[in-house]
Design a protein around this ligand. Structure first.
Ligand code: SF4
Ligand code: SF4
Length: 104
């Protein structure tokens, strides 16, 4: 029985620690770790249409991960894109629909 399912038997024989590491690696590669995505480089989680933005600061205040900082006019800058979890709070609450996700 073990001969016909060699792949499965090998996986099951691995120590728990090794299995956990393998799972983490798969999650990391698919960008699912802690719900965070890889926004390093030129990738940006959001697009902000500044000509629609009235600098109300709602998005900055509501973002649970402090992704934004205000520019000198009070409009949001995506300062920490790596912290964005695509939770949708900012674009759902923007009264001017000035924020859209680049992922959805
Ligand atoms: S999607 Fe969520 S985490 Fe990302 S910037 Fe908007 S409010 Fe913040
Ligand atoms: S919630 Fe919308 S209008 Fe208000 S500051 Fe953010 S992007 Fe601008």
């Amino acid at each position: 029985m073990t001969e016909t399912k060699t792949g499965e038997a090998e996986v099951n024989d691995k120590p728990a620690e090794e299995k956990q590491e393998a799972k983490e690696k798969v999650k990391e590669e698919s960008g699912q770790k802690s719900g965070k995505k890889d926004y390093t480089g030129s990738k940006n989680p959001l697009t902000i249409f500044y000509h629609w933005c009235k600098a109300c600061n709602i998005c900055i205040a509501l973002c649970p991960h402090d992704v934004f900082i205000p520019d000198r006019d009070g409009k949001p800058i995506v300062e920490y894109p790596e912290k964005c979890t695509q939770c949708a709070i900012c674009w759902l609450h923007c009264p001017d629909l000035a924020i859209v996700s680049n992922e959805k």
